[in-house]
Design a protein around this ligand. Structure first.
Ligand code: PMP
Length: 379
């Protein structure tokens, strides 16, 4: 099993794991290094480009429906999410039994680790990817193997042929933003027909093509998606898994064995309202893609390197800002971005895409930093 310490791209200093344990904490979790989410600052003036949130709030109808539903909070929610699942299934061209709604897509991913991984089915995922995968593996006590990304950080499908375990791939990948084509996903599915392949599509609406269309043909495919990014509802916690009826029944067994009411009334009401306004979500996603390309071009002109990101973030580096320097210096100018303390990407930073105004402010701040560097002659 790989050693998790200092390998989780999103890991910071997790006080939860290092200092606060009682003497009663189970030995099985002694070495567990909890996932460290990006900072959620209390001060409002900062421009938040650090956790890949959508810069726009959901359509006001979402808040209206949530307010209405609040009057029924004395009653448990529908554990089947019947109405929400029906509407979503129609949208996706699936049967409701192909869907399981979850408390954010993180929960769907955790359920997948619980349902489809064990000592005989280790988890396989890239060495640079969503930092929660190794944490899910650890907390569920399953072995995992990190497959190095190739030199330019692309995922080579042949590295995942006949893995002998459950494959987890974020598509687009995070934090690189790089996309696998559906043909490449199919390659991986065919080569692992006796194993489950989980495709995490948290960012797929920003330029990717969803593998949901392949579900009918591949009984080993599980796709997870979220309402947190392109649907502007990170604060509510709603996600889902899509797959064959059999895979979804497996996940449902996990749901009913852990938390049957995993999606609360407010989230179900908000999800339904949000889907009614999906064309607004789509137009926001398109806007984000345009602003991403504008920002990328501006950064390239200033000497940055950037990957070909198809997500709502850019992954960039500049030789004048080694290590965490860009994050620290932008923070001094009121802009939060994300840096990962991980060997291979230590000189890179992830910048979420905000509004055009946010990104213009970012570019002005970068210009100031570069001028300050020139003025002091420092490199
Ligand atoms: N997958 C990836 C690749 C992510 O970056 C995130 C967000 N941190 C998630 C899944 C989970 O998002 P959520 O639980 O908000 O749906």
């Amino acid at each position: 099993m790989s050693d998790l310490r200092n390998k989780n791209p999103e890991a910071g200093s997790s006080e939860i794991t290092e200092k606060l344990h009682s003497r009663f904490f189970s030995d099985k979790f002694r070495d567990l290094k909890a996932y460290t989410p990006g900072e959620q600052p209390r001060v409002q003036q900062l421009i938040k480009l650090n956790t890949n949130e959508n810069p726009w709030a959901p359509d006001p109808i979402v808040a209206e429906r949530v307010a209405e539903e609040a009057g029924r909070l004395h009653l448990y929610s529908d554990p089947e999410c019947t109405e929400l699942r029906k509407i979503l299934a129609e949208k996706l061209g699936l049967h409701p039994e192909n869907l399981l709604m979850t408390n954010g897509s993180d929960e769907a991913l955790n359920f997948a680790f619980m349902a489809f991984c064990d000592m005989n089915h280790p988890a396989f995922f890239p060495d640079i990817t969503y930092g929660f995968y190794p944490v899910f593996a650890r907390v569920n006590q399953v072995p995992f193997h990190e497959i190095p990304l190739r030199e330019d950080w692309h995922i080579a499908p042949e590295d995942y042929y006949r893995c002998g375990g459950t494959v987890f791939l974020a598509n687009p990948n995070a934090p690189t933003g790089l996309l696998l084509t559906l043909a490449q996903i199919e390659d991986i599915l065919r080569a692992n027909s006796d194993q489950v392949v989980v495709v995490d599509e948290a960012y797929v609406d920003f330029g990717g093509e969803s593998a949901i269309t392949l579900i009918e043909r591949y009984e080993n495919l599980l796709v997870t998606q979220t309402f947190s990014k392109s649907r502007s509802m990170a604060g509510l916690r709603l996600g889902f898994a899509a797959g064959s009826r059999a895979l979804i029944r497996d996940l449902k067994t996990i749901q009913y064995s852990t938390n049957p009411y995993n999606v609360d009334r407010l989230a179900q009401a908000a999800g339904i309202a949000c889907l009614e306004k999906d064309e607004i979500n789509r137009s926001h996603a398109e806007k984000i893609c345009r602003v991403r390309e504008w920002t990328k071009e501006e950064l390239l002109q200033r000497g940055f390197q950037a990957t070909d990101s198809r997500a709502n973030f850019l992954f960039v580096r500049h030789e004048k800002f080694p290590g965490s320097a860009l994050r620290d210096q932008l923070r001094g100018k009121g802009i939060l971005i994300r840096w990962f303390d991980l060997e291979r990407i230590r000189d890179w930073s992830r910048i979420s895409i905000g509004t055009r105004e946010d990104m213009e402010t970012l570019i002005r701040a970068v210009d100031q930093l570069l001028e300050e560097k020139d003025a002091t002659g420092r490199d």
